[in-house]
Each structure stands twice: as C-alpha cells, then as structure tokens.
Design a protein around this ligand. Structure first.
Ligand SMILES: [Zn+2]
Length: 325
C-alpha cells in the first residue's frame, strides 16, 4: 500500500550537490552508474521513485569572487553532458509542462539551480544567460556575504539584500526563476519576501526550534515563508537535524511534523535532502533510493494521502508551476 502510494506520488527534492562530485571525479562518477560511495545516481533515483531532482551548481570558495562565472559554466556543462548522455532517463525541466512530459515519458526531471549568487559576478547579464542555459533556481547566497546579500555565516552587520540584490530578485521574478533563500541571513530572508512577487523556496533548510543551527529557519521565518506561498525542503544533514551526533529517519519526520503542526497544514514543507553535499546521512535515509522509507514512516505517524503527496512533492510542484509557468 505505502509502496504504491509512494510510486504514484510526485516526489521532488530541491537540493543535491551531486554534480560537483561528478565534475570533480573527472569521469569516474557518471549518473548512469550505481556508486556505492555516493548518494545520488540514476539507479538510486529510480529506486527511490524521485520524479524531479534539483541539481545545484555550488561555487566553492576557491572560485570566489573572480572565477565564479567559469566555474558555474563548468558545472552547468557537466549537467548538460549528463542530460545528453542519458536522454531516456533524464529530462531538463524548464517549465511546468516539462514536469508533465517527464512523467508521461518515465523520465526523471532535472532542474538546474545555482547555489551562491557569486555566480553572477555582480551582473544581471550573467543571470539572464544562466536562464538561457536552463537554470531555473538560484540560491542568492551561500554562508558568506556576496554582492547580493549577507549569508548566515556572516551576519554581524545585520545586513539584508543590497540594492543589487533587490534588482536580482526583480529580474528573477521577470524571468520566472525560483528564488532560493536557504543560506541567506535573517534580514536578507525577510527582504526577499518583502520584494518578491512570487513564492520562494528554502531548498534545503530545517526548523530552528527543533535543532538550533544557524542554517535552520526560525518559527517567524517559517510562518513568513508560508504566507508567501513558499516551501522549505527538509535537509538530511545530521547537524541540521539534531543537536547530538547521530540522526535517523525519525529526526527527519520530527522536523516535518513540527512544521506541519506550527502552520496547521501540510502545504509548506517538502524535501531537499542535500544528498552528496553532506558527509553523513541519517540512519534509514542513506541515499536517494531510501525515499520510500520516509513515506512509510509518515504513514505510520498517521499522515493521510493528501498530506503525504503535499510533502513528497506537490508543494514544491505548486511553486514550480506558479513561478516557472
Ligand atoms: Zn547548501
């Protein structure tokens, strides 16, 4: 029963760092093969019945600030090469119709995202060209300050969005790209919600009340994200799940339940596992193939079919349909 429900539901995960590993492996790690050491590949996405996976182009510190464009292009090229090599399995998602097409062709939808606004090198022309290359979501900052805003790792100034940052959000609204507020400072988070015309995602962030990590969202942030129509994707990193060492599948469920109870509905929480970006994974959710176990756990907690579908993907899909068009 639960297996059927899981395969029928649309499963969307809004963050993985797999493409960085693929690029850095120089050909050793390709998406078509099953890799014991890694979290995400086509066989595992198939086993986990993942329908749409966001692939983040993460710009490492050594490429900032002045080699970010080339690095971003290398990462995007790497995803496009994987798309070309696996056309039967993967489909690039540019709009909502592509999600439907991927579903009817039994393909996994791939959404290109950028993690770190340094990729723009301070120029909206870069943003527009990334859009033309298929990018449909941008995380405005990583943990540091950049031209757009302050990240959570450097918030002594209390700074939010810069003037350039405001223009980036406006241009992303015009281009119909998803603004991602994971990693941004708290003032930056609220600035984004004040200026954006579209729902926003926190692609891989958890609840601060459950686990007091600076990367997690406060109750006030979670309520504001819900009021914006946005969605947060639950991150599987143990340090964002629990305040001790070892995390399990139940800790992921605890964050989901906390958010559902806080808001009184299941419409603003989804999945954003951060797979291949985290050193260790929760027991029971070791890689992308384990997603059905999460559905089982939620069913055992008494979640009904509609709430389950919301959490597994309908919420993220709603934002995608609204923003991407
Ligand atoms: Zn991240």
């Amino acid at each position: 029963m639960s297996g059927l429900l899981h395969s029928q539901a649309v499963v969307v995960d809004t963050h993985c760092d797999t493409i960085l590993k693929v690029l850095n492996s120089r050909g050793e790690y390709r998406l078509r093969d099953l890799h014991q050491e890694e979290h995400v590949d086509i066989p595992r996405l198939r086993q986990g019945k993942v329908d749409v996976q966001f692939f983040a182009a993460y710009i490492g510190a050594e490429y900032k600030p002045d080699r970010a464009v080339k690095r971003t292009l290398q990462l995007l090229d790497c995803v496009h090469q994987e798309l070309d090599a696996n056309q039967g399995d993967l489909r690039l998602i540019l709009n909502a119709a592509d999600v439907d097409a991927a579903q009817s062709n039994n393909q996994i939808g791939v959404l290109l995202s950028i993690e770190g606004g340094e990729a723009l090198e301070g120029d909206l022309a870069c943003l527009r060209m990334y859009h033309r290359l298929g990018v449909r979501a941008v995380g405005l900052t990583w943990n540091e300050r950049n031209q757009i805003a302050e990240g959570v790792g450097e918030c002594r100034s209390g700074g939010g969005l810069t003037d350039f940052g405001v223009s980036v959000v406006a241009e992303m609204n015009r281009l119909r790209m998803i603004v991602d507020v994971s990693h941004i400072s708290e003032p930056g988070f609220f600035d984004v919600l004040a200026v954006t015309q579209h729902p926003t995602i926190a692609s891989h962030s958890n609840a601060r009340t459950v686990c007091g990590h600076v990367r997690n969202l406060t109750d006030k942030q979670i309520r504001a994200l819900a009021a914006n129509g946005g969605v947060m994707g639950i991150n599987f990193a143990p340090e964002f799940l629990v305040e001790h060492d070892r995390a399990t599948l139940d800790d992921v469920v605890a964050h989901i339940e906390y958010i559902v109870n806080l808001l009184g509905n299941s419409k603003h929480v989804g999945l954003g596992g951060d797979l291949d970006g985290i050193g260790t994974t929760p027991e029971g959710l070791e890689d992308a193939s384990k997603y059905p176990a999460l559905t089982d756990a939620l069913l055992r907690r008494g979640y009904g079919e509609e709430a389950l579908r919301d959490i597994l993907g309908q919420n993220h899909l709603r934002v995608m349909r609204t923003v991407l068009g």
